[in-house]
Design a protein around this ligand. Structure first.
Ligand SMILES: Cc1cc2nc3c(=O)[nH]c(=O)nc-3n(C[C@H](O)[C@H](O)[C@H](O)COP(=O)(O)O)c2cc1C
Length: 730
């Protein structure tokens, strides 16, 4: 498995701390509710913050015999510790306007006590606290390495918040949630680390101490403390805690804890005897506590709750992705050394899937008793007996090389070859990205410019790891080199196998092209759209065959071509009305009808028309002008679809229908020809941000994309914008 240093660090850090992080996240999720539940209690008194200190003390003194202290917590609850007129020593919440008791001090619920202990120290006292602090730091590093990975994946900092391409559920949400959870995770982890360091006295202490003024320490003139400027102007919003003098002794002071300092105040004349500033560490402790626990803000508590939930999701999705990669990782054992092999296969891969394709070619050549050597592009070297070089490479980032090809360019220029070597480059990429197979294009041009390499086959690009496209290339390459090699399809895992039942409600006869329509009603209610996929498992087969769905009358309409030896198509052709089949609907959002486009062009050939039959029949999709291009063999091939298409035209769901027949009576015509005839329409749709949907064979897709590229260049003077193209080809 090819793995970059960042991904490796991210993974290693996650692996080493996952259990602790999971525990902290679960307990954090529970603890996020504590400030929320506290703040929902009715002890915060409206506008109490503006009440002056002298008024508060005056009322307290009239209500109770003695006051020990009162304090205002982060929820704005005022707690007073007093001796009542009945002589009882009590602590409770008061309304500072009246000084009357309004509730007993909240006891921490057992669940919160338990979660706090587990979260802070894993019930292991100081050792546990140290572990938790360290894990918090690891989580900080995981977040930072994750951020770097997202930036690389998005193709730079500037594209951080631009659309993330969805390859699968886990990868997509790992990245998307990661973008938004990064800042809260950094805040939570850094505050957690700080609180741990502080607990172990590893942060510099606050060196500030009380500096006493040179005021007389004898009992001075009693001016009535409540009339002093200080007590009259200080409000509860500025105060954290007020401790009352213990006795009448002049050296017993009022201790006023404010948000940024502590004052000792003479109880007779209100003079400030001493002042101690909190300093930066005390401020940091205060803010770490507030930010880490969510006290004082319901909104922040909710954010903390969501952050803990997302950490749990990262653990799940991260491990699911890693397991999946491991499952797909491929090891190739060379049987020949680099200098003995006639065929050299060099692979550029980021996440390993291209190695699978390399292995297929390797096995096929070995089966033909050819001497083959496989390696990474980064291990490019001299090859004494090589006659053929095949480069299979993916593209990453914004058209960059995959990680194991970073050094290839330099090696190519500094390593000399003795022989003339025939080369072919196959690019693995995705049309969803701007630079489709851009790195393969670069490798191809580098080899072209190299004196020791002569082209064998022109550059071949493969979308979404399509096995069929690869098979087509292997066939051409094999023929070009007088070989007779064949690659074997890798065994597929049965999809999730969420099997559901569907009843055949209608079907047509097989037409001149061996194609037929099959209408299926789901036995249980299902949500699906035209463009989704139906995975069918014929007769207990493990490998599913997928068909693009048209949704008509709440049923599924499939257009199927019967192949002579096709297990699935023959199985479906044997079905009669009322028969039941088992299948699974898979969402295919990438091929749903665009929600906001004003014009949509649908291009298909053969049975690829299926999803469009549903889209043009759906009355709710009436926001756009739609055009249908379809290619088949003859007019008779079209008859099976004509009723649905004519209806859509009369209902104004279609504004244009353009048919092309490859075996037409007068002339041979393909969809590409019809597109060229309608260049003006195509260029207008492209110019006005319309969408072009393509469904059918891969060969047709290639031809259509080329035609669209040409139209875009000649009419709009710019390359085709792939964001306007949706494809579902096989
Ligand atoms: C983050 C990311 C960026 C990608 N960037 C591109 C790109 O710029 N151009 C392209 O054609 N394919 C791009 N792809 C698609 C991959 O090249 C494609 O899935 C390839 O088959 C992966 O092969 P590998 O697993 O061997 O690396 C990208 C994929 C990912 C996950």
């Amino acid at each position: 498995m090819t793995i970059s240093i960042w991904r490796y660090s991210h993974l290693l850090l996650a692996l080493s701390s996952a259990i602790f992080i999971a525990l902290a996240a679960i307990t954090g999720t529970i603890l996020a509710f504590e400030p929320i539940s506290n703040q929902l209690k009715p002890y915060a008194v409206k506008e109490a913050g503006s009440l002056s200190l002298s008024k508060t003390i005056e009322r307290l003194k009239s209500e109770y015999d003695e006051i020990i202290y009162f304090e205002i917590d982060k929820n704005d609850f005022v707690t007073a510790s007093v001796v009542t007129k009945q002589g009882n020593s009590e602590t409770f919440y008061i309304n500072p306007f009246t000084s009357k008791k309004i509730g007993s001090v909240i006891e921490k619920a057992p669940i919160f006590k338990f979660a706090t202990n587990l979260h802070r120290s894993l019930f292991l006292k100081s050792t546990g606290r140290a572990i938790v602090g360290f894990v918090s730091f690891l989580l900080f590093l995981i977040a930072v390495t994750g951020l770097v990975l997202i930036v690389k994946r998005q193709g730079g900092v500037n594209y951080f918040f631009s659309k993330t391409i969805k390859e699968n559920f886990n990868q997509y949400y790992h990245v998307v949630i990661g973008k938004y959870a990064f800042i809260p995770i950094i805040i939570v982890t850094l505050s957690g680390v700080f609180l741990s360091l502080e607990r172990f006295s590893l942060v510099p202490e606050n060196k500030n101490s009380h500096v006493f003024n040179d005021t007389p320490t004898e009992k001075g003139f009693d001016t009535g403390i409540l009339n002093t400027k200080l007590f009259k102007t200080l409000t509860l919003s500025e105060i954290v805690r007020v401790e009352f003098p213990f006795s009448d002794d002049i050296e017993d002071y009022y201790i006023l804890k404010l948000h940024d300092k502590e004052l000792l105040v003479n109880q007779y004349d209100g003079n400030i005897v001493s002042e101690k500033k909190d300093g930066i560490i005390a401020m940091a402790t205060h803010w770490s506590l507030v930010l880490h626990t969510g006290q004082s803000s319901v909104l922040w508590s909710v954010i903390l709750f969501l952050t803990c939930m997302s950490i749990l999701f990262f653990i799940y999705s991260g491990f699911a992705m890693t397991l999946n990669r491991r499952k797909n990782s491929v090891k190739i054992k060379n049987k020949f050394s680099k200098d003995n092999a006639e065929y050299i296969i060099l692979i550029g891969s980021e996440t390993g899937s291209t190695f699978g394709f390399g292995k297929m070619l390797f096995n096929a050549l070995i089966a033909q008793r050819k001497s083959v050597y496989v390696s990474e592009l980064n291990s490019y070297s001299s090859y004494k007996n090589a006659k053929h070089l095949v480069v299979l490479t993916s593209t990453y980032g914004e058209g960059d090389s995959p990680i194991n090809a970073k050094g290839f360019e330099k090696l190519l220029h500094t390593t000399s070859q003795k022989n003339l070597i025939k080369y072919s480059v196959v690019g693995f990429g995705s049309l969803a990205y701007k630079g489709f197979c851009k790195y393969a294009i670069l490798v191809d041009s580098m080899l072209q410019a190299h004196q020791n390499y002569i082209p064998n086959l022109s550059l071949y690009k493969i979308n979404n790891q399509s096995f069929l496209e690869y098979k087509t290339w292997v066939k051409s390459w094999s023929q070009a080199n007088n070989l007779n090699i064949q690659i074997e399809e890798p065994p597929q895992q049965p999809a999730s196998k969420k099997i559901n039942f569907f009843k055949v409600v209608k079907r047509t006869k097989v037409n001149v092209d061996n194609s037929f329509l099959l209408e299926l009603a789901p036995v249980k209610k299902h949500k699906f759209k035209s463009g989704d996929l139906l995975s069918i498992y014929p007769k207990n087969e493990l490998v599913a065959r997928q068909y693009s769905i048209a949704k008509t009358n709440r049923n599924i309409l499939l257009s199927i071509k019967k192949h002579e030896f096709g297990i699935c198509s023959n199985f479906l052709n044997e079905l009669k009305v009322n028969d039941m089949i088992s299948a699974d609907i898979e969402q295919n959002k990438a091929f749903h009808f665009p929600k906001s486009s004003k014009e949509v062009i649908m291009v298909s050939n053969g049975t690829g028309i299926a999803p469009f039959l549903g889209m043009i029949s759906d009355e709710s999709l009436n926001h756009s002008k739609n055009y249908l291009f379809w290619g088949g063999r003859t007019n008779a091939s079209y008859q099976m679809y004509s009723k649905l298409i004519d209806d859509a035209f009369f209902n104004k769901r279609l504004s244009g229908i353009y048919l092309s027949f490859s075996q037409g009576e007068n002339q041979k015509k393909y969809v590409q020809n019809s597109l060229l005839e309608k260049e003006e329409l195509i260029s207008r749709v492209l110019k006005n941000n319309g969408v072009i949907m393509i469904c059918g064979s891969v060969a047709m897709q290639k031809g259509v994309l080329k035609t669209l590229e040409n139209i875009s260049m000649s009419w709009l003077d710019k390359p085709l914008n792939m964001k306007q193209i949706k494809t579902d080809c096989y």
